[in-house]
Design a protein around this ligand. Structure first.
Ligand code: NAG
Length: 394
């Protein structure tokens, strides 16, 4: 009986051992299954991430392709713009004779601008030290009434102050003739009863209009035949020094209100100027700088100053001042300004009114040494004293 119990116990023991082994194996299998499912999950995740990445890559490649296209397009348009700029530069170069500069950055442009400005400055200051512009008419003196309604009078605008002839006064009476009247001084002229007490100088050819000037012991007078000539006449030895045809065709009278004056001459600190007009630029006044000794034209400008209602003009420090009035003479005023150095425009020049006289100027001659205007107003010889200011108020 005891043997049976032992056997049963052994069998029980063996089956219990067997069970434990099975349990252990089952646990291991479960753990392995867990890990496998974990791996599967992870692999699936990796796979989907990879798919997403691939889709993103494809999308980015597509957008890169598009960007490449648009870049190519804008490169093409930049190319055509560069072509156009190059053509424009070529054109400007032929207009100005300047060096083309295609490959410039902003700094270079800045440098060039300052260089150009510096050049202009030195050119300007080489031309003349004067930088004055008219600010007002300070005073007026009616000196006399001699001669006709129209005419010119002025003192010799001499560049040399050592001469004893400096004070001489000259008169062109009327709008044509061949005589110029000389007085030894302003006092002499003021005291004389008329023109008969003057020294009458007969010129070798006739003059026309009121465009004449006296400068450095020479009379520069306008003669009109088939062509317009500027005649230079030596007043100290009574001889013709030079005659020059003014190299412009189709002249028209320069001032709308003084049609006898086909061309006007002016003297300023920088020398001799011609104020004229042509059919080609019929509505506006043109300006030319002349060499006082050779009568050569040094430079010409078309101004923006209209001829209509202009009665006279004068030049101060390279700036042309055009004086306007009305058909029924009213108050004369400077209403257009043209500066050859581009430092003064009509906008920043003061509107200068002449004193109220209801007259009409047939000529206004500036004397740079005295800063006076010698005016002929309806037969009266008038002096205007000018006050000046600096062109550049820095
Ligand atoms: C001055 O010119 C006017 C015409 O413009 C003339 O009538 C007058 O006689 C002239 N006077 C002299 C003194 O020549």
């Amino acid at each position: 009986m005891r043997g049976l119990v032992v056997l049963a116990t052994l069998a029980c023991f063996a089956s219990a051992q067997h069970q434990a082994l099975i349990d252990y194996l089952e646990r291991r299998l479960l753990a392995i299954e867990d890990r496998i499912s974990l791996w599967q999950e992870q692999t699936a995740r990796y796979a989907s991430e990879l798919r997403e990445l691939k889709q993103q890559m494809v999308a980015q490649l597509e957008s890169l392709d598009k960007e490449k296209e648009s870049l190519r397009g804008s490169l093409d348009s930049v190319g055509t713009r560069v072509d156009r700029v190059e053509r424009e530069l070529d054109y400007l170069e032929t207009q100005n004779g300047a060096q083309p500069c295609v490959d410039v950055d902003d700094k270079l442009i800045e440098q060039q601008v300052t260089v150009v400005m510096e050049k202009q400055k030195t050119k300007y200051f080489k031309l003349s030290d004067c930088s004055d512009m008219i600010s007002n008419i300070k005073a007026m003196k009616i000196l006399k009434r001699v001669g006709g309604q129209k005419g010119v009078w002025s003192k010799d605008s001499s560049s040399s102050s050592s001469s004893t002839d400096d004070g001489k006064v000259y008169i062109f009476n009327g709008t044509d003739g061949n005589t110029v009247h000389e007085f030894s001084s302003l006092q002499d002229f003021a005291r004389s009863p008329g023109l008969s007490q003057s020294k009458a100088l007969k010129l070798p050819s006739s003059w026309r209009g009121t465009g004449h000037v006296i400068y450095n012991h020479h009379a520069y007078y306008i003669h009109q035949a088939e062509e317009i000539t500027v005649n230079k006449y030596d007043l100290t030895d009574n001889s013709v020094t030079d005659v020059a045809v003014f190299p412009v065709q189709d002249h028209v009278p320069v001032y709308g209100l003084n049609t006898e004056t086909v061309m006007d001459l002016a003297v300023d600190e920088e020398g001799l100027w011609a104020i004229y007009a042509t059919q080609q630029n019929e509505r506006h006044i043109s300006l030319a700088k002349m060499d006082t000794s050779s009568l050569d034209i040094e430079q010409m400008w078309d101004t923006n100053c209209p001829r209509e209602n202009a009665e006279a003009a004068f030049v101060i420090c390279g700036t042309l001042y055009v004086v306007y009035n009305t058909m029924q003479p009213g108050r004369s005023r400077v209403q257009c300004v043209f500066d050859v150095n581009d430092m003064v425009t009509t906008e920043d020049a003061p509107l200068v009114y002449f004193p109220k006289r209801y007259g009409a100027h047939s000529s206004l001659k500036y004397n740079p040494k005295e800063q006076l205007l010698y005016a002929w107003d309806d037969g009266y010889q008038i002096l205007y004293k000018l006050s000046m200011k600096k062109k550049l108020e820095i």
